[in-house]
Design a protein around this ligand. Structure first.
Ligand SMILES: [Mg+2]
Length: 146
């Protein structure tokens, strides 16, 4: 898609520094997106924000990951094969422990009408693609996870 040219994100790498946060104190974020490129961009940003990051390529894989270990935050794509973001979100929020994660929904301009539906289904915040470090950071602050 060309939304994530390498040069655009080089600056983020430069910001990465050593941290004193131990792995067990780190908050966890599950990145759910069918695009490997988007997942790796999100991973880089979230690791800069001191999250431990796991990835899932669709909603079903994400549900399985949540059964293994419920994350503190979820960055969630809308359009995915097998199980889309909304189906995942509804299934997550039905679970006894599924209210815990802060869920930030990712959407494109074309999908903006779905935002109300996502919020009604239990999303905490939404974010427009393509996102960058500052947008993710400010949304996570607004959602109370940073
Ligand atoms: Mg997608």
């Amino acid at each position: 898609m060309g939304l994530y040219p390498e040069g655009l994100y080089a600056a983020h790498t430069a910001r990465m520094g050593s941290t004193n946060v131990g792995e067990d104190e780190m908050k966890s974020c599950l990145v759910v997106d069918d695009s490997k490129v988007v997942r790796s961009v999100a991973r880089r940003i979230l690791e800069e924000l001191n999250f431990s990051v796991d990835e899932a390529e669709d909603g079903q894989v994400a549900l399985d990951a949540c059964s293994e270990a419920m994350p503190d935050a979820i960055l969630l794509d809308w359009n995915m094969p097998v199980m889309n973001g909304l189906e995942f979100l509804r299934a997550l929020r039905e679970r006894a422990d599924g209210g815990h994660p802060i869920v930030v929904f990712c959407t494109t301009e074309n999908e903006i009408t779905f935002i109300q539906e996502a919020i009604a289904a239990g999303a905490n915040e939404y974010i427009m693609k393509p996102f960058d470090h500052d947008i993710v950071q400010s949304k996570f602050v607004q959602a109370g996870i940073l």
